[in-house]
Design a protein around this ligand. Sequence first.
Ligand code: EPZ
Length: 416
Amino acid sequence: MKSVYIRGNASLYGEVTIQGSKNAALPIMAAALLVPGVCVLENCPRISDVECMCRILESIGCGVVRKGRQIRIDAASLTGSRLPGEYVARMRSSVMLMGPLLGRLGEVSLCHPGGCVIGDRPIDMHIRALSRMGASCRDDGSLLFASSCGLRGTLIRLDYPSVGATENVIMAAVLADGVTCLENCAQEPEIARLCEFLTCCGASIARKGPGRLMIRGQSRLRPCVYTIPADRIVAGTYLCACLAAGGEVFLRGAPAGENDALEKTAERMGAGLERTPAGLLVRRTGSLLSPGEVTTGSFPSFPTDLQSPLLAAMAQAEGESRLKETVFNGRFGVAEELNRMGAGITVEKDLARIPGGRKLTGRRVRARELRGGAALVVAGLCARGDTLVENRGYVDRGYEDICRDLRLLGASVQEG
Ligand code: EPZ
């Protein structure tokens, strides 16, 4: 697999435009299955997960035309409901095709979805919620089958505000018979973007308070044109890069109000942030300070997807930091590679202790999943000497071109 070659120990200065959001684009591409016509999505990120979703949609009869960052999805005549294992196995977000296919065709079959190894990723909440709406779900150990003679609206309360389960229920409910009240649902910005897209297609979705949605099923949806918003996790990753390496960068298009927990943490660490209508100016020219303890959680808490990039920055900070991961039970895997660079991180269950005050040393390190791979690139920027991050393919799942972006910020980074 390709790699990233980083010359470290240099501050960042420059401007980068933030790409479209992976975690907004993928559910919206799935939701296009609900529309018997052509939906046009603008500003889609050119990343491998989006390519994978395009292949899945094509495999069940969608016409998919990609022109730059525009994707046209024609779901007028679907030809199948069995999702191709080779793509589903690569991507956890394949599970969110269950809702739209049950809503549109009344059936779906898929292998257990794969994706980044960041801990247990069951789909019990998805299955329980879809079953409550009238789907009958069967798992023979390798394949999941779900079918329904017509989904019906009902009250669903999620045990945990799962992003994917929330998205699946919303997509199952928009064509269901009657009203679905969804409680304790995820509040990540990507949920609001999915609701915006579906409302633009004629769905009836009302927010009834924090974590509460009411969806009134419609008989048919209509095509629409929708622009994918900027990716808050990519913006947050580059904010962590500037924290770690120091300097001053402008993140053009960085969404406002979607990274408050990270921005407050960055200010505690010594960064100066200036929000403008065009984006976010990040400056870190003084010492990098420990933020104390940071705990991840569902939105608006600190996002689990930025836990690893922050870990890399904390390794450089003066004084001990602690990072508590409450969302995925296997998301500290990158600590082992960071420790090979001298970070000295100790992990005990869901808590990582980072001693800080150390100058990392450039090494040959290996990405094992998407955000951990991005964290290793961040660490390479501030390390003494050169770093080679292997398995760049993991990073390419979520970042259009991390080398291009970081070069725009003045980093000495090459594709290997
Ligand atoms: C989405 O994953 C994101 N992926 C993840 O981003 C993100 O980390 C996660 O939400 C949390 O914000 C996409 O949007 C494509 P969850 P998802 O269901 O939906 C447990 C990235 O790096 N759970 O909110 O899979 C689960 O095990 C990716 O861009 C169940 O137990 O996350 C986890 O502990 C990684 N049963 C917690 O809930 C279920 O049925 C949160 O998972 C479903 C989830």
